[in-house]
Design a protein around this ligand. Structure first.
Ligand SMILES: C=CC1=C(C)c2cc3[nH]c(cc4nc(cc5[nH]c(cc1n2)c(C)c5CCC(=O)O)C(CCC(=O)O)=C4C)c(C)c3C=C
Ligand SMILES: [Fe+2]
Ligand SMILES: [Fe+2]
Length: 340
């Protein structure tokens, strides 16, 4: 059978490091109601305010990590696509970005034109969030409806607790963990607390320090923070790390709203002040290195840590196109259930 495609979807990047391209990308990204979940007029006003200064700042940050071939996130996702093509036995493997190019729309239209009957949609996010997973699924549904495409769609569910993902994380991190280090910080992308409350009609989330550990399966299915903590604990347990050797934090806060804690910035400061000298940082919510890992942690995080008394910060690369991850993603995608 060669009519069943795999469509990998990552977040996306600006087309270039020009301020105008970064502004266009940020506008598309932040105007997504799953990312800034406020009524349209409020969202429009807020995003317009963000777009006054942010594009120039972000363009500068992107320029500091950009590769000759383009955005690291896009280049690394392309490498993953090429590597997994050798393993996916059912048809072509395509790559799309939720924001910017190549779009989900262009990828699905290309597949439909080739006579593809079924697509396994793989949002490349281990932990569930509306701002990542739901928006990809909704965009794919919109495209199928708008173009009346005759496609069956399966969706790869969040894989935060799946052995293949956790084992791939261990394999990819092992060379770094074998070097001497004082502490391992697992820094996940952050999320406004509001996003958690919205998906938790039971009112369990963020009530008490232990809520993520005591989440019922229903709450866990939509609680990004609880899923991050499960991934972190499973990873640490596979490596036999003791509770003092590692901790979790959440990065990339934007705006004034309260985001899930502890913040990475705060942890970097605390760890430096507590006498940690050699820090390892991993970012398990990202499957490909990007501005958030390379610039926010690798550059700015290092400065913060050193200012607090730390010596070295070793950023562990994301899964990227590590052979264990390629095999893991292939096998997880094989099991993806049909949605449409
Ligand atoms: C309200 C704002 C944001 C939410 C919510 C959010 C959730 C979220 N994002 C990722 C993964 C990535 N985000 C990236 C960049 C990025 N994220 C935001 C804002 C929110 N993210 C902004 C404004 C940016 C752009 C960079 C900047 O200007 O600082 C990236 C990297 C993109 C790249 O080109 O390298 C990724 C990947 C997750 C997983 C997530 C929810 C859990
Ligand atoms: Fe983000
Ligand atoms: Fe929760």
């Amino acid at each position: 059978m060669t009519d069943h495609a795999l469509l990998l979807v990552n977040l996306g990047s600006p087309a270039s490091t020009e301020v105008a391209d970064v502004r266009r990308y940020l506008n598309q990204f932040l105007m997504d109601p799953y990312v800034i979940d406020l009524p349209w007029p409020v969202r429009r006003l807020l995003v317009s305010l963000i777009l006054i200064k942010r594009p120039a700042q972000s363009a500068h940050a992107y320029a500091s990590i950009w590769w000759p071939e383009g955005s690291p996130l896009v280049v690394l996702s392309r490498r993953l696509q090429q590597a997994i093509q050798a393993q996916w036995r059912h048809g072509p493997v395509e790559l799309a970005m939720r924001y910017g190019q190549p779009s989900i729309e262009s990828a699905l239209l290309r597949l439909a034109e080739q006579g593809i009957q079924q697509v396994t949609l793989a949002p490349l996010y281990p932990q569930f969030a509306d701002s990542t997973v739901t928006t990809v699924i909704e965009e794919a549904k919109r495209v199928v409806r708008a173009h009346n495409l005759n496609l069956r769609i399966a969706v790869l569910p969040p894989f935060y607790d799946q052995p293949e993902y956790l084992d791939a994380l261990v394999d990819s991190a092992k060379p770094y963990l074998q070097q001497p280090f004082d502490h391992l910080l697992l820094s996940f992308h952050g999320l406004p607390e509001r996003h958690l409350h919205k998906l938790d009609p039971s009112g369990h989330c963020l009530q008490g320090a232990d809520c993520c550990r005591t989440a019922s399966p229903e709450v866990l299915a939509h609680c990004y923070r609880a899923q991050c903590l499960r991934s972190a604990a499973a990873f640490a347990s596979r490596l036999g790390l003791g509770p003092e050797q590692w901790s979790v934090s959440f990065q990339s806060r934007l705006g004034r709203a309260k985001w899930i804690e502890p913040y990475t910035e705060t942890r970097l400061d605390e760890l430096g002040k507590q006498g940690v000298k050699k820090l390892l940082v991993m970012c398990p919510a990202f499957v490909a290195d990007c501005i958030e890992t390379l610039e926010e942690i690798g550059d700015r995080g290092l400065e913060q840590f050193q200012a607090a008394g730390g010596e070295s910060l070793q950023l562990v690369p994301c899964l990227n196109d590590h052979p264990s991850w390629v095999a893991a993603l292939n096998s997880l995608s094989e099991r993806a259930p049909l949605m449409l």
